[in-house]
Design a protein around this ligand. Structure first.
Ligand code: PA5
Length: 352
């Protein structure tokens, strides 16, 4: 695969996933400005719940990570048909589905509406938008026509914007601006036009191996999860993720696996530049005790000062790495036929 041959790249990536990945910073800036109609009045929720699956659910995980020490109320991401028991009239609920037709999200949203929660919908259309309009719920309508996972910014940033405007959290405008600048720089650095892209080098090493992505802190958990998801959906390969410090209490022991298994694993550790020293010490000891048996170990460091830049910077590197791996494997990064077939078969079956 010759990455500097634009026509070969186009043949292997006919739907242009590379361009979508590189547009993440612009999408963040655009998503920050998307209107919510009708506007959400000032609210004082006792909890914040983000409903969503897959590419539309990771936004809820990112929201939870960003607000963990910023919000004065619990923030919970729900990936289920069922709304949690605590959800009620004082909850603020975001129902997020790019297509607007995901059955788990629609079912949990119905329950949230039935319990009198304040609901905001984030979608490009579908049944979700229709239901929101019928109920008079505020909606953020995001641009159509991209795979849900490429719409990450549209499905995450509007929640932060809406919460800030409604006075629930501080404004993240400065954080968004910093993240946009840093993501643009990373996109440039990792591009196939650049002589030696670190993402390409990592993807080359990952061929024939199972990527195991570890976040050095719970804050970076959703970034590790996103790396796994993008390896699954773009590169059509298996991947696993976990986080420090929890993995030190179980998974570290599992590295006693057979040598032949250990030699199929490539560990990728996402390091937060603001990670506490104690977590850095854990990573260092664990590399020594366990990861020495891996086929390879790489570290990716977050960039920037603010929480958005520190979360989204490793995500950008992971998205690019998954794209390189797809092309090296000779698979088209865009279609996800297994997900589509599963949804089709479910639609043909009667719900019980
Ligand atoms: O990446 C994907 O295509 C999936 O993970 C979808 O995001 C998931 O199936 C949910 O669909 P939607 O994002 O339309 O709600």
């Amino acid at each position: 695969m010759n990455f500097s041959d634009a026509s070969q790249v186009r043949r292997r990536d006919p739907s242009g996933m590379l361009d979508l990945i590189r547009r993440l910073p612009d999408m963040c800036a655009e998503a920050w400005r998307l209107p919510v109609e009708p506007p959400l009045p000032a609210v004082r929720p006792t909890n914040i719940v983000a409903l969503g699956m897959g590419g539309s659910g990771i936004g809820g995980d990112l929201l939870r990570a960003v607000l963990y020490d910023d919000a004065s109320v619990p923030v919970v991401a729900v990936k289920d048909y069922r709304a949690p028991g605590f959800l009620g009239p004082t909850s603020l609920v975001f129902a997020c589905s790019y297509s607007g037709n995901t059955e788990e999200t629609l079912a949990a949203y119905d329950q949230a509406a039935g319990r009198g929660a304040t609901c905001v919908v984030v979608t490009s259309g579908g049944d979700l938008l229709r239901a929101a309009r019928d109920r008079g719920h505020p909606a953020v309508v995001v641009p159509q026509g991209v795979p849900p996972r490429a719409a990450l910014a549209y499905l995450f940033i509007p929640m932060l914007a809406v919460l800030g405007r409604a006075g629930v959290i501080r404004s993240f405008e400065t954080d968004v601006r910093e993240a946009v600048a840093i993501l643009k720089e990373i996109a440039r650095r990792l591009s196939p036009d650049t002589a030696s892209s670190p993402a390409r080098r990592l993807a080359e090493q990952l061929q024939g191996r199972i990527p195991v992505i570890y976040s050095s802190s719970p804050f970076l958990e959703p970034a590790a999860q996103r790396w796994k998801d993008q390896f699954n959906e773009n590169a059509k390969t298996f991947a696993v993720w976990n986080t420090f410090p929890e993995l030190n209490h179980n998974e570290t022991v599992g590295w006693g696996m057979d040598e032949t298994l250990a030699r199929t694993i490539h560990a990728i550790i996402l390091r937060d530049r603001a990670e506490p020293t104690r977590l850095a010490q854990r990573v260092s000891i664990t590399k020594d005790l366990a990861f020495q048996r891996a086929a390879g170990v790489d570290e990716i460091k977050s960039e920037g000062e603010g929480k958005l830049a520190r979360l989204l910077s490793p995500i950008m590197v992971g998205d690019m790495t998954s794209w390189y791996l797809a092309l090296l494997r000779g698979v088209d990064p865009t279609p996800v036929p297994v997900i589509e077939e599963l949804k089709k078969r479910l639609a043909e079956m009667e719900a019980v």
